[in-house]
Write a protein that binds this ligand. Structure first.
Ligand SMILES: *Cc1c(COP(=O)(O)O)cnc(C)c1O
Length: 366
């Protein structure tokens, strides 16, 4: 690995397998099914490993849907905030289940989906998200239906609902109490359905999460309403499995030591910038540096890091948790070389599965 050209994303297969074992355990213990949310992670080179432990994929667009169908297989759920007329025929060709976001989309396209399972997104009007940008229950939210009369008018055309209302929720008791609230408020509707997807955002692969309590809760939910439950883990599937490997290009000291690396938070870890978080950097040792990107954006800063020894040009730095909402958002800002994608196999060997060139940059525009 020492000689490999940076930057590259590095997916650790043993770490991914540990997450997948937790997913598999939860499925087995709860009877719930688990679908990978492709909007979080769509690096299909590791789907061979993930497929054994998950039931399929869910999507947020025609292209994600097609990727799930082509590269993952098994159950393929189609969801989109809004389908276009020219998309719907192709979409129902890939999907075995389609979940409409609104009653008007169900009215418009329900007939086209008659041969596959059909559902509607239900918005319970509360969520665990503390960030307005990502809160599906924010005021005037366009994400799903909640009005009783509107839901009722869909009941003869749907066999299930999708309720996505968790966001990196590590707190089982909060999940439990919010599910209880859904049961109380929408129980009469749930009883008449065959399946309910509880969406993503439950951080059940995290250290110390009470996986078996979650399994029991899901089983009780299914038994009470006679439904098949689905989970749609994105971040939970891949958390802690991937790093972004970069190298120091220059060190500047204008009152603070700044190490400039061959990457960019704006281009290669954009999600952190959007949510005003800092990157997970090394934090042990007495030598402190700000780690910054190489674009001309003044705020292209990954965050502060600490090292045992002073940094030198050419040193490698490993930035943790670079899978979720990261590889799917990489972009060509400033024309910075896009990180390659590499996989660390079980025996420790590293295999590059994709690298990007000037031609990829050029062909992303015209
Ligand atoms: C984003 C999203 C997910 C995945 O969420 P994570 O927080 O990554 O688990 C699942 N389902 C729906 C409908 C989503 O919008």
């Amino acid at each position: 690995m020492a000689g490999m050209q940076t930057p590259f994303y590095l997916i650790d297969k043993p770490a991914l397998r540990r997450n997948m074992e937790k997913v598999a355990h939860l499925r087995q213990a709860s009877g719930a099914k688990a679908l990978l949310a492709l909007k979080c992670f769509a690096t299909w080179s590791v789907f061979d490993l993930m497929r054994d432990c998950m039931d399929g994929t869910t999507s947020s667009s025609l292209y994600e849907l097609r990727l799930g169908h082509d590269t993952f297989g098994k159950e393929t759920h189609a969801y989109s905030v809004a389908w276009a007329d020219h998309e719907i025929d192709e979409a129902v060709g890939y999907a075995d289940k389609i979940i409409f976001n609104s009653l008007s989309q169900l009215d418009r396209f329900g007939d086209k989906a008659r041969h596959i399972t059909t559902g509607l997104r239900l918005n319970p009007r509360f969520s665990t998200s503390g960030f307005d940008l990502a809160d599906p229950a924010r005021p005037f939210s366009r994400l799903g239906e909640w009005d009783r009369e509107r839901l009722e008018s869909a009941m003869d055309r749907i066999s299930g609902v999708m309720i996505h209302y968790n966001c990196e929720n590590r707190d089982f008791d909060l999940f439990d109490s919010q599910l209880t609230r859904i049961e109380a408020e929408f129980g009469d509707i749930l009883k008449r359905l065959d399946w309910v997807s509880l969406g993503g955002g439950i951080h059940f692969t995290g250290e110390g999460y009470p996986l078996d309590r979650l399994a029991d809760r899901l089983r009780a939910f299914q038994d009470r309403f006679g439904v098949q439950a689905y989970l749609e883990p994105g971040e939970a599937s891949i958390t802690g499995t991937t790093t972004l490997e970069v190298s120091v290009l220059d060190i500047i000291d204008n009152g603070k030591k700044v190490a400039i690396v061959d990457s960019s938070i704006e281009a290669h870890m954009l999600d952190l910038l959007i949510y005003r978080e800092t990157a997970k950097l090394p934090q042990s040792g007495a030598h402190e540096y700000q780690i910054a990107g190489k674009t001309c954006l003044a705020g292209d800063i990954f965050g502060d890091a600490r090292f045992e020894k002073p940094l030198s040009v050419g040193d490698r730095i490993s930035i943790a948790d670079a899978a979720g909402y990261t590889m799917v958002k990489k972009n060509w800002f400033n024309g910075v070389a896009m990180p390659a994608i590499a996989i660390r196999e079980d025996d420790g060997t590293i295999r590059i599965v994709r690298s990007f060139s000037y031609q990829d940059y050029k062909s992303s525009l015209s």
